[in-house]
Ligand binder design. Structure first.
Ligand SMILES: NC(=O)c1ccc[n+]([C@@H]2O[C@H](COP(=O)([O-])OP(=O)(O)OC[C@H]3O[C@@H](n4cnc5c(N)ncnc54)[C@H](OP(=O)(O)O)[C@@H]3O)[C@@H](O)[C@H]2O)c1
Length: 267
């Protein structure tokens, strides 16, 4: 069965997000990040995923402004790091000022830090602040990251707004079928981070075999696998050729059998 993969998807509040974006974790502020964002925009990407934690929001903003592409055609995500739970508004203003792009498209709670019991109340209060930022038009959509089904249930119970996305690690070695089904049932889009296994498992024989069958690279197969599962995908690369190659993922389809074989790599 062939599955058509869209270049964008509509979030639960009507905002449209590209299905492929550039992740910029572990890129240095300055030339590395600015070049990568520029090359990605040149290659047709229209979504960039950064975070306060990554320390490169200023460079992302600079590259977006310098691109000459109308602001409304580029989708920028940043994230509230848990140290910001104590004063989410202040943390937001810092990210907002560093990016300096007028508004933020998607603002995520970076991590629920579930292992610290005392953070439950803090992250719930942080979510309410995000709802206010949305109401005031400072951000176009709000969401969560690294949330389990139980953590997500907490947000649904405590807040008024259903998160637009949940950004989680998602690749064939970490296939989260139950979270995907749950998120679909709540109209929450799953965003796939570390889709390339952080380059650690690209040479796995099953991935190689599928890649060879489609005349694609292992990275292209992994990005497509995540897209075909209905997620939004944010591979990271600082390399111009790899950034461009990672976007060539819309011209093939994996068979049901290949999808199942890749899903089964989850240990
Ligand atoms: N919310 C969260 O907690 C969280 C956590 C982790 C990541 N993220 C987001 O998700 C993004 C992506 O995840 P990630 O950075 O963990 O890992 P990833 O995208 O799975 O892998 C990135 C690694 O793959 C290499 N690579 C990229 N394209 C390649 C290709 N075509 N062939 C071979 N190697 C390739 C990159 O090296 P080069 O740069 O040299 O190409 C880099 O070492 C992050 O940048 C970040 O935006 C979010």
């Amino acid at each position: 069965m062939s599955v058509a993969i869209g270049r964008s998807v509509t979030l639960n509040n009507g905002v449209v997000i590209p299905t492929l974006g550039l992740g910029v974790w572990q890129m240095r502020e300055g030339a590395e990040t600015e070049n990568a964002v520029r090359w990605a925009l040149d290659a047709g990407y229209r979504m960039i995923d950064t975070a306060r934690l990554y320390g490169n929001e200023r460079s992302v903003g600079r590259a977006v402004r310098a691109s000459g592409i109308p602001r409304e055609e580029i989708f920028v995500t940043t994230k509230l790091f848990p140290t910001g739970f104590f004063d989410p508004q202040k943390a937001f203003e810092t990210s907002f000022a560093k990016l300096d792009i007028g508004y933020i498209d998607l603002y995520l709670i970076h991590n629920p830090v579930s292992f610290i019991p005392g953070f439950r109340g803090l992250r719930t209060r942080a979510w309410i602040v995000l709802e206010k930022l949305l109401a005031r038009g400072r951000v176009r959509a709000i969401g969560i990251s690294n949330y389990s089904i139980a953590n997500t249930g907490e947000v649904l119970a405590a807040g008024k707004i259903v998160p637009a996305v949940n950004q989680v690690r998602f690749n064939p070695f970490d296939y989260k079928g139950a979270l995907l089904d749950y998120s679909k049932s709540k109209n929450i889009i799953v965003e796939a981070y570390s889709p390339l296994t952080r380059a650690k498992r690209l040479n796995h024989p099953v991935i190689r075999k599928v890649a060879d069958a489609h005349n694609k690279s292992p990275a292209q197969v992994l990005i497509h696998w995540a897209l075909q599962h209905g997620t939004v995908v944010i591979p990271k690369s600082s390399n111009r050729e790899r950034i461009a190659a990672n976007a060539q993922v819309f011209d093939f389809a994996l068979t049901d059998g290949e999808m199942r074989e890749l899903d089964a790599l989850t240990g």
